[in-house]
Design a protein around this ligand. Structure first.
Ligand SMILES: [Zn+2]
Length: 386
């Protein structure tokens, strides 16, 4: 038995002062105020020392860290485990690795590595893959490889699912030919479909929603913006309650007031914090590479030589702190955007995203400054700050 005590528990649906979380094996068995719960004398106790006890963060959109991108030619499954350990240091207990647009062979290799690394229990739990591409609109390429963008292909998806049955999320541009049929097919297979790198009109996004699209990739970045007579991709995402909206709250991809705007439109139920982290994450400013192209990291901002932003160096605990400042949220509200909401978006909320009996014991202790002190992944210590 594990007992995490002496902190404010954020479930995140409510905050419990002087709360306790009890876990047995890999699951939470009880959550409540100290006075209501019996602490078994043999329990291993973790003391939050007056800080916060929160569910582990879930990052749906991570490309890499510590010098590794999931799609780099030399990347191995072991490298992905190092990313998972880095994630745990920042309070992330479950994540998807996002494979960006590439040739069929390059994407297939990355997906097979993810399949290999899924289920190893080092650091954060790798839940599977996101395919961020290749079915994007070249006119909204961002830092993605435009030469490999192509129309949605159901046969290719089927092959990916054979290589990586843990593929959970596909981001695509719904205005591409064949997209609606692809969305309906992928949805039937249990995948989550997101609009991304798109110049879809308002109507095209709603047609995609009618076929099963339910999520939006880094809202505002890499998509047609808002115009008062042409609400466009962004207008549809902000106003359609069937879409959960990712935001990169690094104060580089979005002005703080735009994070506030998204939260005001999408509410606390439909906003999802992501990192979009790439290989320079966890390393100092300098020269790195993204998808075979050189990038410069300056004050944490990652840019191609032409100035295009190419991913981030954000970590989830900073995303939570930034969202609080940007949108005037309480810690409990911001934690929800990083835990329950991403779990709901990919259909794993039955076991992840909350501190409640029956859920995985993915538990993080934050101190008053929101620094990560301890990360438990399914009841095991994945990181402890000395
Ligand atoms: Zn992107």
């Amino acid at each position: 038995m594990i007992a995490v005590v002496n902190g404010t528990v954020i479930t995140p649906c409510r905050a419990i002062e002087d709360g306790v979380v009890l876990a047995e094996d890999s699951r939470v068995v009880a959550v409540g105020p100290r006075g209501l719960l019996h602490l078994p004398p043999a329990a291993t106790v973790f003391d939050a020392r007056g800080g916060y006890i929160v569910p582990g963060f879930i990052d749906l959109h991570c490309h890499g860290a510590l010098g590794v991108n999931v799609n780099d030619p030399g990347t191995t499954a072991e490298d992905l485990c190092r990313i998972a350990q880095f994630e745990a240091q920042h309070g992330t207990t479950a994540f998807l690795l996002a494979v960006p647009t590439g040739s069929h062979a390059v994407m297939a290799k990355a997906l097979s590595l993810i399949h290999e690394a899924t289920g190893t229990d080092k650091g954060a739990q790798l839940l599977g893959a996101q395919a961020e591409g290749p079915y994007f609109n070249p006119a909204a390429k961002g830092a993605q490889a435009v030469e490999h963008m192509r129309p949605p292909d159901i046969l290719e998806l089927e092959e990916w699912l054979r290589i990586c049955p843990e593929l959970k999320l596909v981001s695509l541009a719904p205005e591409m030919p064949g997209a609606l049929e692809f969305i309906a097919h992928a949805r039937r297979k249990g995948l989550t479909l997101a609009v991304g790198h798109s110049r879809a009109s308002y109507e095209e996004v709603l047609a995609a929603v009618a076929h099963g699209l339910s999520h939006a990739t880094h809202t505002f970045n890499g998509m047609l913006g808002l115009h008062h007579r042409e609400p466009g991709t962004v207008g549809a995402i902000l106003t359609c309650d069937d879409i959960t909206a990712e935001v990169i709250a690094d104060n580089i991809h979005l002005h703080p007031s735009v994070v506030d705007l998204v939260v005001r439109c999408k509410g606390l139920e439909h906003t999802v914090l992501i990192t979009d982290a790439m290989s320079a994450t966890g390393l100092p400013d300098g020269q790195y590479s993204w998808d075979g192209r050189p990038v410069t990291v300056e004050k944490g901002a990652v840019r191609l030589p032409d100035g295009t932003i190419a991913g981030s160096t954000l970590t989830m605990e900073r995303a939570v702190a930034n969202a609080m400042a940007d949108a005037g949220l309480t810690l409990a509200q911001a934690v929800r955007l990083a835990t329950l909401n991403p779990a709901m978006a990919i259909g794993v909320a039955d076991r992840k995203g909350r501190l409640a009996p029956g859920q995985d014991a993915d538990i993080v202790i934050l101190d008053k400054e929101l620094e990560v002190r301890l990360t438990l992944v399914r009841g095991k210590v994945a990181y402890e700050n000395p």
